[in-house]
Structure formats: structure tokens, C-alpha cells
Design a protein around this ligand. Structure first.
Ligand code: GDP
Length: 315
């Protein structure tokens, strides 16, 4: 089982089109996973066991990378205008963020919006100036603009050391020095491992899973996705759903399936432990913000209040 100090949970945040998807592809490639191959594999799996696999393929686009001895869970965040706190909710699974900014465009409204959310949650931030291959790229000015944004958003002193990485996600490299090309994304992966803290939590405590996203599939029913904040959870464990709104404790449920993220896949596991981002089934009636608790301790975890709909373009 993966030790929690070998886990990194990061969210990639960016203004739309600044290269989030391409960057995740680059990270996957550097760790030896190719989306093209993946599609072939998916098709193979579909024909073999459609029902079992389809049950979970519609899940959120989270991915995970094995790099050195670490598992890096990459949390997908919405790149569009945020209605109703979606960004906060998924950021709660992260222990740090990679802020992607186009080296020509510089920070844009959604950059400011998502960065503000990351600061509110005190998430350590790695800045990735992307598209440095663009002829019009102006990385030095963009760094200054981002630092101005940090000041404008009242970033705490701890953010003064935020690492800056320069990348061309499209060409598949990242570097700490804009004048120095690198052959792959390892400088960004190494920075993630060094700078983003491991998730905290006690493996010996009763398990608690904070639900940040939900999904549904006709094959496996309701799916709850979130980070295990303590303990370890096994298939067939009994649990209670503690309602976020009124803190009421729901009837006893049975965890029927547990999935971890691996590359572009969701893999079924029999057990998972603190720090991991997982998906579980057997959780009919679960809602975002609820906590799935072991019977031994049904006190819910705190969850950020889901804000009124915010139009991110409006500031
Ligand atoms: P997202 O909306 O943030 O997920 O952005 P995408 O990853 O879809 O990228 C948006 C566009 O920018 C696409 O046309 C990409 O090919 C392009 N793009 C992404 N990364 C780079 C890069 O490093 N250099 C250049 N020149 N283009 C890039």
C-alpha cells in the first residue's frame, strides 16, 4: 500500500486555453503514460468487460502519475467560469496547486479567480509559465505580472518562495531557467515532490472520506469522490454518511467498490489509506460536502461553505 508521505495531491489551475490539458499530457508522457495508447487500451477493455469498466469511465478527469517513488494525484479543475463553488470544492482535495499561465497572455480573469481560491485555502503554489516556445512569449514580464497579482491578492509571506517553472507543454519540457531548455517535464515533477507537502492524517484513526465530487453511473450507481482524511477503508466496510447541511447521520451503508486513480485509469482496489483521492460506490444518497465515516467515529469533517454562484469574469 502506498505510504501517505509518498503521495502528492495537486490541482492544476489556469485560465482557459493556457495549456492545462496539454500540461497534464506532458506530465503523463514524462512518467511513461501516453494518451494515444490509452485510447487503444480503453477500446480493448470496453470489448472485454464493458459493464465493469464503463461503470467508472464517466468519473471526473482526475489522473495520477507514478514518479520516482511517489504517486502524484492530479485533480482536474474547471477552466470555465465557476458557478457555485466548484473550484473550491475540488481544491479541497489538493495539498497544493500548479498555476499555469500563458507566457504571452499573462494572468487573465480566471487566473486571478482560481489563485484567490488557492490562497484562501492556504495551498502552496507552483507557478508554471507555459508556452515559452511561442515567438511572442514574454516570460519575464509575465513573472512580474504574476508577482503583482500575488500582492494584489494579499498573498501571505509564505508565498514569497513560490517556485516559478517555465514550460512548453506542447513540446513537452519544463525548466527552472527560461534560457535553458530541458528535454522533458522532470523539473516540474521534481518541484511538485519537493515543494508540495504530503497529505496529513492519521492512518490509525477511524476512516473519514470528505466528498468533493459526485457522479452517477447506471452500472455502479452513485459515486462519491474525495480525499481520505484519516484511516484506511476496505471494500465491504460499513460506514455512515454524515450530511453536510444538518450533520445528520444516515443509515448504515456498505462500501461496495473503491477506486484509485492510476494514469488515465480508475483502478479498483480492495483497500485504500489516508491521503489518497478515491472514488467509492455503495453510497446512495451521498452529496457534495458529506463525510463518509467509519462507524467508530461519525463526527463530520469541516467543508468550505459552498458559495453563492460567482461569475468569475465579474471582477
Ligand atoms: P486548457 O484549456 O488550459 O486545457 O488548454 P489546452 O491544453 O487545451 O491548450 C490550449 C491551446 O494552447 C491548444 O491549442 C494547445 O495546443 C496550445 N498549447 C498548449 N500548451 C502550449 C505550449 O506550450 N506552447 C504552445 N505554442 N501552445 C500550447
Amino acid at each position: 500500500m502506498t505510504l501517505k508521505n509518498n503521495i502528492r495531491n495537486i490541482a492544476i489551475i489556469a485560465h482557459v486555453d493556457h495549456g492545462k490539458t496539454t500540461l497534464v499530457d506532458g506530465l503523463l508522457r514524462t512518467s511513461g503514460i501516453f494518451r494515444e495508447n490509452q485510447e487503444v487500451e480503453d477500446r480493448v477493455m470496453d470489448s472485454n468487460d464493458i459493464e465493469k469498466e464503463r461503470g467508472i469511465t464517466i468519473l471526473s478527469k482526475n489522473t495520477a502519475i507514478e514518479y520516482k517513488d511517489y504517486k502524484i494525484n492530479i485533480i482536474d479543475t474547471p477552466g470555465h467560469a465557476d458557478f457555485g463553488g466548484e473550484v473550491e470544492r475540488v481544491l479541497m482535495m489538493a495539498n497544493g496547486v500548479v498555476l499555469v499561465v500563458d507566457a504571452f497572455e499573462g494572468p487573465m480573469p480566471q487566473t486571478k479567480f482560481v489563485l484567490k481560491k488557492a490562497f484562501e485555502l492556504n495551498l502552496p503554489t507552483i507557478v508554471c509559465i507555459n508556452k515559452i516556445d511561442r515567438e511572442e512569449a514574454r516570460p519575464d514580464e509575465v513573472v512580474d505580472e504574476i508577482l503583482d497579482l500575488f500582492i494584489q491578492l494579499n498573498a501571505g509571506e509564505e508565498y514569497l518562495d513560490s517556485p516559478f517553472i517555465y514550460a512548453s507543454a506542447r513540446e513537452g519540457y519544463a525548466t527552472k531557467d527560461p534560457n535553458e531548455k530541458y528535454t522533458d517535464m522532470t523539473p516540474l515533477l521534481d518541484t511538485i515532490i519537493d515543494y508540495i507537502p504530503a497529505p496529513e492524517g492519521d492512518i490509525n484513526e477511524p476512516f473519514k472520506l470528505l466528498i468533493s465530487t459526485t457522479d452517477y453511473s447506471e452500472y455502479v450507481g452513485r459515486i462519491g469522490i474525495g480525499k481520505l482524511e484519516s484511516g484506511s477503508i476496505k471494500v465491504n466496510d460499513t460506514a455512515h454518511i454524515v450530511n453536510y447541511n444538518d450533520k445528520s447521520v444516515d443509515k448504515k451503508i456498505n462500501i461496495t467498490k473503491i477506486y484509485e486513480f492510476q494514469g488515465l485509469n480508475r483502478v479498483e482496489v480492495s483497500e485504500s489509506s489516508v491521503g489518497n483521492i478515491i472514488a467509492v460506490t455503495g453510497v446512495e444518497g451521498i452529496n457534495i460536502g458529506d463525510t463518509i465515516c467509519s462507524e467508530e467515529d461519525v463526527r463530520p469533517l469541516p467543508f468550505v461553505k459552498i458559495s453563492e454562484p460567482t461569475l468569475s469574469m465579474n471582477f
